[in-house]
Design a protein around this ligand. Sequence first.
Ligand code: HEM
Length: 494
Amino acid sequence: MFDLVGYLLISVLGSIFTALITSSKKHWPLWSFEKKTILPSSWSFWARKADSENTANDEVLQDIKNLAECHETAALLDDLIHKDGAGEWPPRSNHAHTTWPAALRPYREIYEEMAPLLPRANVSLDNEVNKARITDFRSRLRKLLHEEVKLDQVEQLLKAAEAGRWDVFPRETYNAFYCCIAWCRHAYRWATIPVVSLAQLETTLPLPPQLALPWRYLQRHFGLTSESGNNMSNLVLNFDPQGPGSTYTYTLKINTGLSDDRITTSEEAFARIFHDVERLALPIYHAVVHATTAFARGDAAACLAHTQRITARLRPLLSSYYDRVHDARIARDVWLSHVQGFYAWGLGLEGEGEGDGDGDEERVKFDGLSGNQVLLFQVLDAFLGIKPYLSEENQNRNVPHRQRMFCKAVETHSFRGRLAGDGLEGRIQGELGEIVKRLRLFRTAHRTRAKVYLSQPAPERLPMTAGKSLLKADMDQSLEFLDEFMVGRLAQTV
Ligand code: HEM
């Protein structure tokens, strides 16, 4: 009897809450939850789902949309998914270029033609040979771009997107185009893989207008200032959900045509981690939003359940790193030369004309991609109240604006410092401590593994990481320099 009454009561209250969060209330920041009001809500539904690996993504996406009117964190996550993700997370990226607007298709066809010319099985240590390779690659790419691309038509499309005409330039096509332009820019930058010291020592590099002009629009859309690509443009968006097979297809490649499949499988295994991390992170972002919202309305039980979901989901997510960043999946002796170099950048101009060489720009050094741009770690740090790893300048260069906004909101609403030490809040505190422990474990393992990969011999080049550009004169000093960042971050992870 009690069960029935209790059930009815909970159902009625649940419906009231659901009606509230799906109501047309538009001013969520003004809608503050009354402290200590316990409202049954969709939390119990999601808490029950905590163990189910296969909770459908669209249920999560719909729930985030519903919550968007309740809390700033949900609104910003929803905005990120809608605008940068083309409605999904990881972001949708349509690489079926025959479906692209006609003016954009030559870029992908040029990629197909140039990609096999980029990698070399055997690297030369002779500067003259390398100079010829670089000059030849760049002039061929420039020629194709000049002959095939109708830049005014491309610009019309980019302007249409900027004006919100996503019917003309669908967001998932925009994402794949971003990836394609980023690939072409990095290919032009290095012109031969493995990367060689001659190219590393360049300080500026005027890019062909067909690669410079779209980049300005694309970077403006994503709210970024760097000349280099980033974790999103080059890695996460490089997976096509419409490819053959049940998994996402790895699309634009660095080492096309090389017969050593240790190189090609290592390249793909490395890239896939970044896509998988975002795929597995969606339920974590969702739980972060729920836990934050539950705390705001004073519902400690719900907050605890959602915090437990984060801990539970972290294990399989971090396994995508632990299970792949080792020699059997990503071969140590090929990663540095054949994979990592492409993602670096290490030069640039910043300012008015950005790369058009008219003298209004200031010479700066843009770093390339790094794991330090991965959204998940930034969200977890923000949630735990740990200050951001990247400086504001580097965030603005490499972390898309809407990702930054979501992290900022999570940081603003971080409640770790406001919890009581006992009762349910004490248990939340304990659960957050568990997340910190897992992050510390990751950072400890990462420190060791990164060092092993970076200390492989690569006589063709100078010490460099994609995330920190050219380093010290020798590898020992460089590793020491990098270790300071990693040790420093470990010390902050408390
Ligand atoms: C063999 C591959 C890798 C190497 C050699 C490597 C190396 C490094 C180095 C040297 C740093 C510190 C300097 C900097 O900020 O750029 C760093 C930072 C970082 N890396 Fe990696 N990385 C690798 C792969 C990954 C992967 C696959 C992830 C995650 C999916 C990742 C996540 C991070 C994060 C989050 C940071 C920022 C510091 C922190 O939060 O602990 N890295 N990495």
